[in-house]
Design a protein around this ligand. Structure first.
Ligand code: T1G
Length: 677
């Protein structure tokens, strides 16, 4: 039998093996092979049972999501799973790696499940805006119980083999390295026994858990369609006979599959992986070896950046100018680790290990043995150029010199060294040990292997790295600017901070522009002269309204940091509006969308025209992972595809904006920024 599925008979047991790298996705050829294997099982009286297993790094990791949106090819996965379940002879799944989505559903069609201790089992479809569409929502409540089924389906989080055994999803834990042997032994033990078909097992557990779980997670599920659909299907398993439950699941699955949210979430799944690819640089380029990292600056960013490397097992030398700042910085790192350990994220010995790999120093010279040095000091070009000039004399040949600058020109910084080819930007997002986005800013002279090494080390420390070109604000912060400019203008014209923020939160952002300003600090970038008051922001800062950290900014905050609109702020806004002679008017929510979100799309189109981003999906990844753009809208450029470029151009022109050429082209040709998935 050619193709990804092969079979072998050993002691009367049919071993069905899939070899479909990289993750044994259940593409058409795999499904056809599985169906043929079940035919062989049924046909050959010498065969008494079967084991289904996978070669490579994992058991089936799900349906082949590259097939979505294409004409279906028989047999479809539900039919294959039904065939396995209906078999008159027992079928055992031998699970390693990650049995996910359709992969887990295949194991549920099997009569028994054997897994190695390191295996993970899950139904992550909800993260793609979907639900397990091959019987998972109906079989899980029967095999694992209502509670486990509800949580697994609605969150998409996988569970360990041990947890799976505890809830009845795994029948036996195999020894690492003996999975096939243990699965064969298990199969021998059930020969002649009527196969235990999942569909015939009664649903068990507490049905009330479903609603309780939905309520407890309402905030997390806000705006998403799929979690509620998953829970409705688990509820259907409780209320309906199996076949009717399956019909309900199919109906709910198709609704999600045809919706924009799943298209958006599948787009981001692939976009995140595409972002790691650098056009024009071979994927097998030799990378520089990063054994030790230097971080300059032990402030919020320097500390957070250091934590990423320490947690990845890479020692860090952290430099500060003054002892008290160094001590404070190291203390904050320790405090953050201790807080995570208290929440069970790390063991205390891990914290000691991380802290043991941190070398604090006051001397820049101590960075001489570092392979990568990241500067995270004051956002001032002169200070940065001076620092890089010193680094140039200290760092060893081949060391990568990176700046964490949020806006400034990497080429100018590189020019202050004799090695511009080794210089680039590594722009982390605050808090740097939490936010997943890393903008890797390539200078005009950055060497290909330096760029590739920075991207690879970004992945190693758990970041989603995106290549950006040099311009003010790179990709994310550059698109933030038109949004902020328009938000400030709208304040002068009659909108309030709470209206503008509400529109953004209702859109799906975690917070609006003014809430974000209060969180980050209204005083960031302020000239610090309380007598120089040229705009609303200056006036707020002059009054100590620096944001949440001072208990008041654009909003007033109570002891729990809950915001309330501030009459004092409104008075300041009105005063400036009067001074400007701007007449107040009723401003619609739609106008706020057009002026703050459509303008971001316009900036994104310019970023693409200028080659600052490699592809539109990179811009989407930046906004999802750097600013919390709702993943069910797929990022600004995919959202533009769904809105329609023509509608966006009309909206922009209505307010007198100059429309980017590329955006205009998309409108004229009904084109898209991203290929549909
Ligand atoms: N289909 C097609 N390609 C896939 C794939 C999939 N399900 N999963 C991964 N890939 C590709 C991926 O694009 C990348 O390609 C390569 O494999 C390595 O992936 C009916 C409808 C399994 C945990 O959601 O979570 O089943 O970039 O870089 O970090 O109910 O991949 O190399 O060209 O992520 O080691 C449900 C999605 C599908 C699992 C491995 N399953 N995959 O992580 O490698 S819907 C999922 C993952 C479904 C049924 C429903 C991860 C991984 P390239 P990678 P990794």
């Amino acid at each position: 039998m050619s193709g990804p599925i092969t079979t072998e008979v050993r002691d009367g047991i049919l071993i069905v093996t899939s070899n479909n790298p990289p993750v044994n996705a259940l593409g058409a050829a795999v499904r056809q092979g599985l169906a043929a294997a079940i035919d062989q099982l049924e046909r050959d009286d010498e065969i008494k049972a079967a084991v289904i297993r996978c070669e490579g790094r994992t058991f089936f990791a799900g349906a082949d999501i590259t097939e979505f949106g294409k004409p279906p090819v028989e047999p479809m996965l539900p039919q294959v799973i039904d065939r396995i379940e209906a078999s008159s002879k027992p079928v055992v799944a031998a699970i390693h790696g990650t049995a996910l989505g359709g992969g887990l559903e295949v194991t549920l069609g099997c009569h028994y499940r054997v897994a190695v201790p390191s295996a993970k089992l899950g139904v992550p479809e909800v993260k793609l805006g979907l639900l397990p569409g091959a019987g998972g929502t109906q079989r899980l409540p029967r095999i694992a119980g209502i509670e486990a089924a509800a949580e697994m389906c609605a969150t998409g989080n996988p569970i360990s083999a041990a947890k799976a055994q505890q809830v009845g999803l795994v029948d036996k834990i195999a020894e690492e390295g003996r999975l096939l042997e243990d699965a064969l032994e298990f199969a021998k033990g059930v020969i002649g026994v009527e196969p235990r078909r999942s569909r015939e097992v009664p649903v068990h557990g507490d049905p009330a858990f479903i609603q309780k779980f939905a309520t407890e997670n309402a905030k997390k599920f806000r705006g998403f369609d799929a979690p509620a659909a998953n829970l409705r299907c688990v509820q259907a398993a409780v209320e309906l006979p199996f076949d009717q439950g399956i019909a309900f699941e199919r109906q709910e699955f198709m609704k999600l599959m045809m919706g924009t949210q799943s298209a958006a979430q599948r787009h981001i799944f692939f976009a995140e992986r595409q972002a790691a690819k650098i056009d024009g640089i071979p994927e097998d380029i030799k990378l520089r070896d990063i054994k030790r990292v230097g971080v300059i600056g032990a402030g919020t960013m320097g500390g957070g950046i250091s934590m990423n490397f320490l947690q990845a097992g890479i020692p860090v030398t952290i430099v500060e100018a003054a002892q008290e700042n160094l001590d404070r910085g190291v203390g904050v790192i320790r405090k953050n680790y201790d807080a995570s350990a208290a929440k069970g994220r790390f063991k205390s010995e891990q914290v000691d290990q991380y802290m043991g790999a941190l070398t604090p120093t006051l001397k820049l010279e101590d960075l001489a043995d570092c392979d990568l040095i990241i500067e995270a000091i004051y956002e001032n070009m002169d200070v940065k150029k001076e620092t890089f000039a010193k680094l140039d004399k200290i760092a060893k040949p081949g060391a990568i010199l990176a700046s964490n600058t949020s806006y400034l020109n990497i080429d100018e910084i590189a020019a202050s060294t004799s090695r511009p080819q080794d210089v680039l930007g590594m722009h982390f997002f605050s808090p740097a040990n939490v936010m997943k986005l890393l903008e890797v800013v390539r200078g005009a002279k950055t060497a290909p292997d330096v760029l590739a090494t920075a991207m690879a080390i970004g992945k190693k420390i758990g970041k989603v790295a995106v290549v950006a070109g040099v311009c003010y604000g790179f990709i994310g912060n550059r698109m933030l600017m038109p949004r902020q400019v328009e938000a400030n203008k709208l304040l002068m014209e009659g909108a309030t901070p709470e209206q503008i923020d509400r529109v953004h939160v209702e859109f799906g952002m975690p917070m609006g522009p003014f809430q974000m300003s209060d969180l980050a600090g209204v005083d960031i970038g302020w000239h610090r002269d309380p007598n120089r008051i040229e705009n609303v922001r200056d006036a707020l800062c002059a009054k100590g309204r620096w944001g949440q950290k001072t208990g008041k900014g654009f909003y007033d905050y109570d002891e729990k940091r809950r915001p309330t609109p501030s009459p004092e702020v409104q008075a300041i806004i009105d005063e400036f509006a009067a001074k400007e002679g701007t007449k107040k008017r009723e401003i619609s929510d739609q106008e706020i969308v057009e002026r703050t979100l459509y303008t971001m799309v316009n900036e994104g189109a310019l970023i693409l025209e200028e080659g600052i981003a490699q592809r539109a999906s990179d811009i989407d990844v930046v906004w999802i992972y750097g600013y919390g753009w709702p993943v069910y809208r797929g990022g600004p450029m995919l959202w533009a595809d769904h809105e329609g470029a023509d509608k966006i151009v009309t909206g922009l022109e209505k307010h007198g904006f100059k429309v980017a050429k590329l955006l205009k082209e998309k409108a004229e040709t009904k084109g898209r920024f991203n290929r549909p998935v």
